[in-house]
Design a protein around this ligand. Sequence first.
Ligand code: C5P
Length: 356
Amino acid sequence: QESVPQLWGIPLKYISLVTLAVQNASLTIIMHYSRVSTSPSRSYSAASAVLLNELLKGFISLAIAFYRIDDHGPHHSPQRGQALHWLQPHAFVFRCRRLGREIFSPDCWKLSIPATLYVIQNNLQFVAASNLEAATFQVSYQMKILTTAAFSVALLRRRLNATKWAALTALALGVGIVQIQSGSGNGHANGHVHQMNPVKGLVAVVAACFTSGLAGVYFEMVLKGSQADLWVRNVQLSLFSLLPALLPIMASSSRQNGLSLSSAFANFGGWAWATVLTQVFGGLVTALVIKYSDNILKAFATSISIVLSFIASVILFNFQVTTSFLVGASTVLAATWLYNQPDDKLPSQLPKLVAG
Ligand code: C5P
């Protein structure tokens, strides 16, 4: 069992969970603003943002995996111990070869499933963020706790007691109550009025909850079912994301005048970049959370971010607070608290399931 690393004496597990909550709230706000602050005809391509996200995450994970290669596996690169030894030709080639072998390992295909699901989910998030108020999107997206729990029970054989199931039911209720208030609305930002379609937004968010639960649990299953390094798994995830992320870009460019970098990245301004960078950061933190905690804890930690998004939405987007929003959001928070009440810990049978 790998020891849990610490940063300034605090377990990385807690740092990553809190970081993820703040990242989630920021992403909702930044993504929503980036979509509603211009008219749809001048909006950037969500598919290109998803592709860029995967490319950046892939490169960062590759760099970390390359740097860390001596920390896992039985073989160490030559001249280990000398300063910057990995820059020396022998050690560099050795590392490249070893990393290549790890990335293209016989079981790398397993990552194709979460990779495809995450690409679909990341595209759906843009649809939801464009058609729902930021706070409504944030609360509705908490339904992923339900899907994550269901997939954890089904795939990882996790067992949940009656209190936890009650908390999950309360959560679904809370999300439903929040939905009551979201009639058709307009996003006002930067002087533009962006017409939103809440039904389209809700369908997108429900679908994203399913892919989130399944992809997260599947990634956890693959990650914890083998000794492979987290960053190597992340590189594999990004590699398998490239094709599904490229498909919608190629489809839309074939409808226009062919594939060109300038059309794929048209209207890609500061807010689009901020959205992509926040997503990249979130993806890397999510991977750490899944490694050092688990998906159910991750889903509950992010529900804290609804309070942050809510306050920011009121200030930034003139979000109208209604009684149903307050009742729904409080129910979600109470459910989060209830779910996290300690119970007699039931062991997970995870590793046995995925071995081989
Ligand atoms: O909403 P949810 O928490 O499921 O979103 C997870 C996000 O983290 C997705 O955008 C996914 O692409 C990203 N991710 C990642 N690397 C992982 C696991 C998830 O980039 N290993």
